[in-house]
Ligand binder design. Structure first.
Ligand code: GAL
Length: 957
């Protein structure tokens, strides 16, 4: 077996479309015999495929061997796990030998020919059938078919596949993910009938001006073929152009598909046709004549137990979850997914960038020296990968762009991939982010460009192509712009989505973006005590790894939404509602690209102090795509501007009918007008309600509740985004590092003065980081207003020169009992940071103890509720009610102390200390997205400054 070449695999049939055929097939998946050798040299040579396998172990196909007890997984991002020595893999390179014996099903054997199909083998394989070498594979996530006709025999057949974990192909497959070798997609034996159909390519065009559909058909068959689309009355020879008459177009919003069959005397294949036209006009991206907005995510194939093995129910469920969160576009980062996924994309409605299985990112470490993209020796390998990608998926309506791959820099091999693709399929656009000159791409694509740069790119589009610029620049300026990756959903965050989206909507050239990434790629294992734990890079003892950089999704590995998904969904919601409670009216903005609002209604609800006082539903206004209308609500919806109690009018646009992803009543947009007057300051009482530690000025208790604090807090347990470098900034150091260097995590407090008299106490403290001469002068005035209640007035004045912004400014206190819940009036129920609040609505929320903070796989600051005016922190020892007398506050309630959260590397290693940790924050630094991308925008940072706040604190049993 040869595993150090620059050429593609050998012996396979030319790539072709995936179709459903009436010819029989036989799935060879199941339990196979398996053995692994530590290197190719150590693996038995010669006729290894004829070995006695009775002593071999068994393995499930499809599957990855290192998730089935043979070796262990490894994660690296850009860096290769071995020296950059192309095309050679390292000597230490597990070689897996697979053997299965089977009898050919009679109905498969009864046909003229048989094809053996592999849908995915990582990374290189040699295929032997009954001793005959059928060929080899390259392109782990690509389909390879071999003609098995002459090698098959009656009775027992033996199929043997030798798989190298690493090979020359690994240099082209350096994607940011786990290295997971093996036959991880199905193996199928297909009958090939005489007069059968080898390949079909149907291009289904839609003319928005006339409403007519037409088909351009190429069939590769040994016999005359006909195409039939019964629903459209199409029944014609399957070649050239066929008119389809009036059709309903396909779009991600209305994914209308027509069943088509192509038949010869020997075979019938079925495909589903969606009519649509993709074009670029005047810097805009149009489908069916209308501009579209890509509300996207990057999707890897990942299952916490099975790796990249396809699980039909799991995948369908995750796509439904995307639809429920208004996601309408997917980039298949960074390889074509399992072929059935494309059927789901077509059926559920997603705009898809189908990406080739290609990434040579590791060469960036050496300034791209030796990069295969620019080396003609690898040309055929590149073209082979692209052809396999395009051919397999070419009949899918959802695919609107072909992507050459990811992060492979520039070079002639990429140019040639693009040229071939455009020639073969002019109905779609070519995407590639790695070449900003855009010489051969049809869209200008970038990743993680800052807000400011995106704005400039939008403006450049308004001006049109600059005539005096270099030709390449002029071409680039004429293209639509998208961010194939923007905002990095790692840990708490991402912040700044809304600001990006406002830009995308402001400039026609900007056609949206794809969040990196959909799901956290953690792998589940059982700990010694039998509990399930999610692991990341380094946890399997890898020498080379990139830690938790693989945990960066909008959903957990088990597809539980992280707060970022809720906020993203709100930003991209297809309907935006601006509610005016005083006028009892709502401005409805329809942000769909094609659909009107006839499938929706508006549901409104007016809630006063937590009680619903009026509600109703009215039809959505007649409002074509990308237009707005004002709707009057009934009089009961009206709330006086000077309401004395909290008076909240919420309007949602909801679906009228069941959709595959959600039953009727699913919200596709929401807006609210919340009036939340502050509690009035009660009269002072003479008897003290609070107990103090007169040596520190801190509380010891309120009423019967044991409380310690408050201390002034300016630090948070670093988030993944706090740990990202601030590229392009004057000081690019990680903000977490700067906080730590400045000592914000270990401030000390000195009592300046303590005065108590009757029901009131006045405390002055100075809180400062060690080493430096800056500090915070705090004046805390407590006034008893009941037997267990105080008014707390806070005055904060920083002095001196501070080296870096504060992470937050809060009053941190600890209650000496574990939390049992949180009830609050404020923005929620989802937790939020100041720059990620869109998915939170004002309400009266009850939070269960497990939901107080977010169970991030690497623990970090999380769980803040913003805009809180009234909260009751419930603990095993009683409750503490906190009401804002002035501005609302951000509230964090946690079972673990910040230092412990910062220490723990994994959620299963985080210890709750039996106390309730409460932070009442007057201000916070935004989340940003610096784990990959810009930090918090300046407006969401927190410069040291003076603050004033007043609260009512009340303890109850
Ligand atoms: C991009 C890359 C992705 C991922 C991301 C960071 O550069 O294309 O694959 O690595 O960065 O998570």
């Amino acid at each position: 077996m040869q595993i150090a070449q620059t050429s593609p695999g050998t012996g396979s049939s030319p790539p072709r479309a995936r179709m459903r055929s009436d010819a029989p097939s036989q799935l060879l998946d199941g339990s196979w015999r398996f053995r692994v050798s530590p290197s190719l040299r150590a693996a038995p040579g010669g006729e290894w495929d004829r070995a006695d396998v009775s002593a071999w172990s068994t393995i499930e196909v499809p599957g990855h061997w290192n998730l089935q007890g043979h070796g262990s997984p490894a994660y690296s991002n850009v860096q290769m796990p071995f020296p950059l020595d192309p095309p050679f893999p390292p000597d230490a390179n597990p070689i897996g030998d697979y053997v299965v014996e089977f009898e050919v099903d009679p109905d498969v054997a009864g046909h003229a020919a048989q094809t053996l199909r592999f849908d995915g083998i990582e990374s290189a394989a040699e295929v032997r059938l009954n001793g005959a070498v059928l060929g080899t594979t390259r392109g782990s996530r690509l389909t390879h078919e071999f003609d098995a006709t002459t090698a098959l025999r009656p009775g027992t057949n033996r199929l043997a596949v030798r798989v190298a974990q690493f090979s020359d192909a690994s240099y082209l497959e350096d994607q940011d993910m786990w290295w997971l070798p093996g036959i991880f997609r199905s193996v199928t034996l297909l009958a090939r009938p005489a007069s059968g159909i080898r390949d079909v390519f149907v291009r289904a065009d839609f003319d928005a001006a006339t409403g007519a559909g037409s088909l351009e058909i190429d069939v590769d068959a040994d016999a005359e073929a006909r195409i039939r689309i019964p629903e459209l009355g199409v029944d014609a020879p399957a070649r050239g152009t066929v008119a389809a008459g009036a059709v309903a177009p396909w779009s991600a919003e209305s994914p209308r598909l027509y069943d088509a069959e192509v038949s010869t005397a020997g075979e019938t294949v079925r495909i589903r046709v969606g009519f649509r036209r993709v074009e670029v006009r005047d810097t805009e991206l149009l489908v069916n004549g209308a501009p579209i907005m890509l509300r996207g995510v990057n999707r890897h194939e990942h299952h916490p137990e099975r790796g990249r093995v396809y699980d039909a129910d799991f995948v369908r469920d995750e796509l439904l979850l995307m639809k429920r969160h208004h996601i309408n576009a997917i980039r298949t980062s960074h390889y074509p997914p399992h072929p059935d996924t494309l059927d789901l994309f077509d059926e559920l409605g997603f705009w898809v960038i189908d990406e080739c299985d290609l990434e040579t990112h590791a060469f960036e470490y050496v300034g791209w020296r030796g990069n295969p993209s620019a080396d003609p020796a690898w040309r055929d390998a590149y073209l082979d990968r692209m052809a396999r990608t395009v051919h397999r998926d070419k009949n899918h309506a959802s695919v609107i762009m072909w992507s050459l791959g990811n992060e492979s820099h520039t070079g002639t091999n990429l140019d040639q991939m693009a040229l071939w693709t455009k020639q073969f399929d002019p109905t779609r656009l070519v995407h590639y982010e790695g070449d900003w000159s855009c010489r051969y791409t049809d869209v200008y694509s970038r990743m993680y460009a800052s807000h400011e740069e995106v704005r400039q790119i939008g403006e450049e589009g308004l001006a049109g192509p600059a005539t005096d610029a270099a030709a390449a620049e002029a071409r680039r300026a004429s293209l639509p712009f998208l961010q194939c990756e923007f905002v990095h959903a790692m840990g708490t965050g991402p912040g700044g989505i809304r600001e990006y989206w406002d830009l995308f909507e402001a400039y026609p050239r900007l056609v949206g973006g794809f969040v990196w990434e959909w799901a956290e790629q953690g792998l589940a294992v059982r700990g010694e005590d039998g509990t399930r734990r999610i692991l990341y890079g380094g946890d399997f003892g890898e020498d080379v790894h990139d830690g938790n950089f693989v945990i960066d999704g909008l959903v957990s590995p088990d597809r539980e939404p992280r707060p970022g998904l809720t906020h993203y969904a709100a930003v991209i919601a297809p309907v935006r509602l601006a509610v005016d409670a005083a006028r009892a009216s709502v401005d409805v903005a329809n942000r769909f690209d094609h659909a009107d609002l006839s499938g929706f209604e508006l549901v409104w609800r007016r809630v006063v102090d937590g009680e619903t006082v009026a509600e109703g539903r009215i039809p959505a206004p007649a409002c074509p795509a990308r237009s707005a209308a004002e709707v009057a609500l009934p009089d009961e919806a009206r709330a006086p501007r000077d309401a004395a109690t909290a008076d909240v009018l919420t309007v949602e646009a909801v679906t009228l009918a069941d959709a595959p992803w959600a039953p009727a009543g699913h919200a596709i947009g929401a807006g609210q007008d919340a009036r939340t007057p502050r509690a009035a300051a009660p009269a002072a009482t003479a008897d003290p309600a609070a107990r103090f530690d007169e040596t520190t000025g801190a509380l010891r208790g309120l009423g019967a509740l044991e409380i310690t604090g408050p201390a002034i807090g300016i630090w948070r347990a670093p988030t993944d985004n706090d740990n990202g470098r601030l590229h392009g900034e004057a000081d690019p150091r990680r903000v977490a590092e700067r906080w730590e260097q400045a000592g914000y995590d270990r401030t000390v407090s000195r009592l300046v003065a303590f005065e108590a008299d009757g029901g009131s106490a006045r405390i002055r403290t100075r809180t400062a980081p060690p080493i430096l001469d800056c500090g915070i002068d705090a004046r805390l005035t407590y006034t008893a207003v009941g037997p267990a209640a105080v008014q707390l007035d806070v005055e904060i004045d920083p002095t001196g020169s501070w080296p870096v912004d504060w992470a937050r400014l809060g009053l941190d206190l600890t209650i000496d009992a574990a939390p049992t819940g949180l009830a609050y009036a404020g923005l929620g129920p989802v937790s939020a940071a100041p720059d990620m609040v869109d998915g939170a609505a004002f309400g009266w929320w009850q939070i269960a103890p497990d939901d107080l903070t977010v169970d991030h796989i690497r623990p970090q600051e999380s769980g803040a509720r913003q805009g809180v005016v009234d909260a009751t922190v419930e603990t095993a020892a009683g409750a503490l009610r906190i009401r804002a007398l002035g501005d609302p506050f951000a509230l964090t309630v946690s079972r673990a102390a910040r230092a412990e959260i910062a220490r723990a590397e994994h959620n299963w290693d985080l210890t709750a200390d039996g106390k309730t940790h409460v932070s009442i924050d007057l201000a916070q630094y935004g989340a940003g997205t610096a784990s990959c991308g810009p930090g918090a925008l300046p407006r969401h940072r927190l410069a040291p400054g003076a603050f004033r706040a007043s609260f009512l604190l009340e303890a109850s049993a």
